[in-house]
Ligand binder design. Structure first.
Ligand code: ZN
Length: 200
């Protein structure tokens, strides 16, 4: 067994850091060391920020986004185009689209995609509230889902569900590679995909 180099509190910090995506045990030790060396400039403000965020994060009752207010900052922004809803699988996709600055409308977070093999049916996704939102002033629902098989079968399912509402349903067009997940696309590609969307 590896010898412990630090007390249990520090080991605990490193173990938790190692559970973050993109951080393995080695990077977690590095990050942990940086934190304990910079106790006042980094560790304490980070601990405080994490505590405050943990206490205040709520799920937006409108779109399913996570924020410290509900409705979220995007849903309550009156400058946004209320006629367009952009449906994404995950919050990371919303962040990617916001980074690219290409969406003027509002969002709807599905919370994943249909995946019968993993037991993920429509009831596990945030679909009911989407159908409720698909009415005036909303004119268009853009399904900005991954170009994976599951993403595309989710597109077809949602299209059927949205059909009776009468709102226009569109999908991302060129630029999204087959099998591509939005979060990994560069801003230019995302921008092209949104601008050249096509109606279903
Ligand atoms: Zn929202």
């Amino acid at each position: 067994m590896a010898r412990k180099v630090a007390g249990p509190e520090i080991e605990r910090v490193i173990q938790l850091l190692a559970r973050l995506p993109g951080l393995g045990p080695r990077s977690a030790r590095k990050a942990g060391l940086a934190l304990i060396k910079k106790r006042t400039e980094l560790l304490e403000p980070l601990a405080k920020a994490l505590q405050e965020a943990a206490e205040r994060i709520v799920t937006c009752s409108v779109c399913g986004n996570l924020d410290t207010q509900s409705p979220c900052s995007i849903c309550s922004d009156a400058r946004r185009d209320e006629t367009l809803i952009v449906v994404v699988e995950e919050i990371g996709d919303l962040w990617a689209l916001e980074r690219a600055g290409v969406v003027q409308g509002r969002y709807h977070i599905l919370g994943g995609h249909l995946s019968p093999l993993d037991g993920i049916g429509p009831e596990r996704l945030n679909i009911g509230t989407l159908i409720e939102r698909a009415r005036p002033p909303v004119k268009e629902v853009l399904l900005a889902l991954s170009s994976t098989v599951e993403g595309q079968s989710t597109v077809h399912f949602l299209r059927e569900q949205l059909l009776p509402s009468g709102v226009a349903v569109s999908v991302l067009a060129r630029g999204v590679p087959v099998g591509g997940e939005l979060d990994y696309l560069d801003d230019g590609t995302l921008s092209a995909a949104i601008k050249s969307r096509r109606l279903l």
